[in-house]
Design a protein around this ligand. Structure first.
Ligand SMILES: [Zn+2]
Length: 554
């Protein structure tokens, strides 16, 4: 499990001259997802615990669902457990700063009290049947409603004016389509959403999210993200803005977590994936990939195995992201295994912190990832398969979810594992080399495709071993899934062997036939070249649960 790719990392002083502390300092970040009952916590004890493990950034509950300081803003409520006259957030901020620990305040505006709902029912998420969403007594707000658009701005203004925070972070940003118990809520049908959606797309909100709806939510959440970002920059110019979105932020948040009902297999490169993608898609921003220590929502106090914690932490920093660790409540934990796994890694990176700052990837291979801007769905399996293959072959690579690198950064090879954007043709024409590994034809004309097979359980025959030296001991490769037949004008070094009989053993493949149908095609395009493997090779390295179901007969 320790075999993951360490990208080549170089330092650059000039790039960071104008950037905030999150880009110019090594980050060892501890997130405390406080409960409202932690509002009376001992500030000195928490800061001593952080110092002892050499954390230098604390993400601390500040406000939103409950405030951890005496707030005077309408529709914002201090925790019921915040003692009269006590300013817990202020106490921790002061103690942390005295120990050179930065503090990022955590807000969650996705839910609030019934009192707000009674006063402004129009600010809240409405299911298709018109009902509000109530979870453990809290009412879900809508990203397009007045709570997010006006009240949150007032709350944040008070917080930013009152406290010298080093940054702010926002949980549950954008309308969640399911609650913590996994109950599907559908899409928000509040009056504001309905009117805005109609204005944008001239139709009603769909039952399930489609490309248009994803664009709608993208625009809605990014509007609020920009408002919050502008406010932070205006009130605290040196403070960082951290959110799960890439736009308007200084730090891109993500999570490495597991859930008991999530389909297998586990994704062991979760942290590498999140950090590599964030740092290379937006090289001017830091990646804060949170290591969620708990097993699943219902077991917030039970941790995943120590080895999983260590794997995530090392992957975070190997890919030039922040070192992070997250807990629910304070650091006085009932299951201390995850924390004890994190501590030596924090201390070791503190002792060697000169190597964990101002890093950027110098990889020469680019892997294209999903593009949130387009709202286009991207297949995870082939992407993860190639991600795994590159990692385990120790080939440094960068992941980008956009094409902004064009003209700015040079690569020896660009790999697309699902749909290939039209810009890749232009890239090849100007001398680039591209590898498409997908049964899906690219978004540009390459070679005529005339038939697509699906669910094929056949083979690929290796006809030219000189081109594939690593395949010297086999003439056949496994083929599982879709295959696109394309026209070719030359003998192909890999060809299709269609499905044939596989049982009983007496009949295995006795009807096997060979074809000249290419399993790979090459095209010179301008000064560059494109190789297209028109089948799901990547998926073989990360098969979905259904594809790897075992059979008991032979
Ligand atoms: Zn709404």
């Amino acid at each position: 499990m320790k075999r993951f790719c360490v990208g080549l990392l170089v330092t650059s002083g000039l790039l960071y001259a104008q950037q905030g502390w999150w880009m110019t300092e090594p980050i060892r970040w501890v997130q405390t997802n406080l409960r409202q009952t932690d509002a009376a916590l001992n500030a000195k004890r928490l800061v001593d615990q952080l110092s002892e493990m050499r954390a230098n950034v604390l993400l601390l509950g500040m406000g939103g669902i409950v405030a951890y300081y005496p707030t005077k803003t309408e529709f914002h409520y201090p925790s019921p457990q915040l003692p009269q006259g006590r300013d817990m957030f202020g106490d921790v901020l002061k103690a942390a700063h005295e120990h050179h620990i930065r503090v990022v305040g955590r807000f969650d505006f996705s839910k609030t009290q019934r009192e707000v709902f009674d006063a402004h029912p129009e600010w809240f998420f409405r299911q298709a049947n018109g009902l509000a969403v109530i979870y453990n007594g809290l009412y879900s707000t809508c990203i397009n409603g007045g709570y997010y658009r006006q009240t949150a701005v007032k709350i944040l203004s008070e917080a930013l004016e009152k406290y010298e925070v080093d940054g702010l972070f926002f949980n549950a940003f954008g309308n969640q389509s399911r609650d913590y118990s996994g109950r599907e809520l559908g899409l928000c049908h509040c009056d504001v959403c309905k009117a805005r959606y109609r204005q944008m797309f001239h139709k009603d909100i769909p039952d399930k999210p489609d490309d248009d709806y994803r664009k709608f939510m993208f625009v809605s959440s990014r509007e609020v993200a920009a408002t919050f970002g502008d406010l932070i920059h205006a009130k605290r110019p040196r403070a960082g803005y951290f959110n799960y979105v890439q736009e308007s932020t200084g730090g891109i948040m993500s999570e490495s977590n597991i859930a008991v009902d999530r389909p297998l297999p586990l994704w062991p490169y979760s942290a590498s994936d999140n950090v590599n993608r964030a740092r290379n898609s937006e090289p001017g921003k830091m990646s804060i990939n949170l290591c969620m220590q708990f097993v699943d929502m219902a077991w917030r106090f039970a941790t995943v195995p120590s080895q999983e914690i260590a794997l995530r932490l090392w992957q975070n920093i190997a890919n030039s992201g922040a070192l992070t660790f997250e807990v629910n409540g304070t650091l006085d934990l009932q299951d201390r295994q995850a924390l004890e796994a994190a501590k030596p890694i924090f201390r070791w990176t503190a002792a060697n912190e000169q190597y964990y700052v101002r890093q950027e990837s110098d990889a020469r291979v680019l892997l294209l990832g999903a593009s949130p801007q387009t709202g286009r769905v991207y297949s995870a399996e082939p992407y993860r398969g190639i991600f795994r293959l590159l990692s385990e072959e120790h080939i440094p690579f960068a992941v980008s979810d956009n094409m902004n690198w064009l003209g700015k950064r040079k690569f020896d090879l660009v790999i697309a594992t699902d749909w290939a954007p039209a810009e890749l043709k232009q890239y090849a024409e100007s001398g680039g080399r591209v590898l498409l590994v997908s049964p899906q034809a690219p978004d540009f004309s390459l070679v005529p495709a005339y038939k697509k097979w699906s669910g094929l359980k056949g083979y690929i025959r290796v006809r030219d071993h000189s081109m594939f030296p690593s395949l010297k001991d086999t003439d056949l490769l496994m083929l599982d899934g879709s295959f696109t037949e394309v026209q070719t004008d030359a003998p192909a070094p890999l060809t299709l062997v269609p499905q044939s009989m596989f049982g009983p053993p007496e009949l295995v493949h006795i009807d096997m036939t060979d074809t000249a149908t290419p399993g790979i095609v090459f095209r010179q395009i301008g000064r560059g070249s494109i190789a297209w493997i028109p089948w799901n090779l990547g998926g073989l390295y990360y098969p979905s649960e259904s594809a790897c179901a075992c059979r008991a007969i032979s």
